[in-house]
Design a binder for this molecule. Structure first.
Ligand SMILES: [Fe+2]
Ligand SMILES: [Fe+2]
Length: 372
């Protein structure tokens, strides 16, 4: 039996210790960047109190924008867990081109850490080979853990290089112990969590571009469990026996993390939410309001563009009726029943409702692994 915790997207962010530069707000980004250390300290305390804990997984987006001092802080925080920590990097852990992040939002005095530097920087947290942006290890007698840095260079979407795919093929071929379940952790999705994720440009940057190649390889080796972050939502999807368990950002609503128990022919997943941090005792309510406000703006912008092309007033009014839509998607286990009359647009109502969750459950579930 292995007991482990998973957190995703901590987005650690502190002032530049040399210059005092403080991260400027990113428009419509509801993450608690300035409180990210408080958030981590609170979740570390909760996870350290879990009995029989074997290890902790961190599914990428370790920092705000890959600032070296934020990586330094993330590594320091990881050392406070009482068990080994294994991490991967995310799209925020490499330099992002100006088209993805305007320069005025970035610390002008630092050079962001690049993905090839991650294995050296996080050698205490899973990485073994300084030249490989992937690793595997056996943290307990019943787990074979694989970590993959999945961000495409100069982009936000996912991509697994041919070299890493070849390494993974070889690694999984050598893992022949039938008592071990393989867990693969990466930042980007490999199964669609939202409708049209692989084709809709609003969402396709959440996905691994060459997910088919990766999934074919994983299936060939009998892998059933993959863990991801990046979407900042609680969602579990299954495709032909392969599970992709996406976990929300600990730094953003709903501030969820997972405690998992693997053994006796199954994986038990229980989700918890951070309820409070010292500077925000009412974290869930305040954070839900913040994400709702942000997404009213995002949805109004989308409704003002093709194919909706609403006038600004109508876009804003309709977006405010969808105020609970994205926060509910982030919660997981969401069901929608917007009416065409209510939104004044049958196509929009059908689209919003299409995000209703399908089985399996997103927060608390058991995955049967008894059949090989
Ligand atoms: Fe993130
Ligand atoms: Fe991300």
């Amino acid at each position: 039996m292995a007991t482990f915790a998973l957190i995703a997207d901590p987005h650690v962010c502190v002032p530049n210790p040399q210059t005092g530069w403080v991260a400027v707000p990113i428009p419509n980004d509801p993450a608690f960047y300035h409180e990210s250390v408080e958030v981590m300290e609170a979740v570390i305390d909760e996870i350290n109190a879990v009995p029989d804990l074997d290890f902790v997984l961190v599914a990428g987006d370790l920092t705000r924008e890959s600032e070296p001092y934020n990586h330094e802080m993330a590594r320091e925080l990881f050392t406070r867990f009482r068990v080994p920590v294994f991490c991967v990097s995310g799209n925020h852990d490499q330099p992002r081109p100006a088209r993805l992040r305007p320069r005025k939002l970035l610390d002008p005095d630092v050079t962001p850490v690049t993905t090839p530097e991650i294995p050296t920087l996080y050698g205490d947290f899973g990485f073994r080979d300084s030249t490989l942006t992937a690793y595997s290890c056996d943290p307990t007698p019943d787990v074979h853990l694989v970590g993959l840095c999945s961000t495409k260079p100069d982009d936000d979407c996912g991509w697994i290089s041919p070299e890493v795919l070849a390494w993974l093929d070889d690694d999984l071929a050598r893992q022949r112990d039938p008592a071990r379940e393989t867990i693969v952790m990466l930042h980007h999705s490999i199964i669609e969590h939202v409708p049209g994720e692989t084709v809709n440009p609003t969402f396709s940057w959440f996905h691994v571009e060459n997910a088919q190649a990766l999934k074919t390889l994983l299936r060939r080796h009998g892998v059933r469990l993959t863990f991801t972050g990046h979407l900042h939502i609680q969602d579990v999807k299954e495709e032909e026996g392969l599970y992709n368990i996406a976990t929300a950002s600990i730094a953003s609503y709903p501030h969820a993390y997972r405690i998992m128990r693997l053994g006796n022919g199954g994986l038990e997943i229980r989700s918890r939410r951070l309820q409070a941090i010292p500077s925000c005792p009412d974290l869930q309510r305040v954070s839900r309001q913040r994400i709702a406000d942000a997404f009213v703006n995002v949805i109004a912008d989308l409704l003002g563009a093709a194919p909706f092309s609403y006038a600004p007033d109508r876009a804003r009014e309709t977006a405010s009726k969808l105020r609970d839509w994205w926060p509910s998607i982030a919660d997981g286990d969401e069901q929608f029943a917007y009416g065409a009359d209510e939104l004044g647009d049958a196509f929009l109502a059908a689209y919003a409702n299409s995000f209703s969750d399908r089985p399996p459950a997103d927060n608390d579930l058991s995955i049967d692994l008894s059949a090989r």
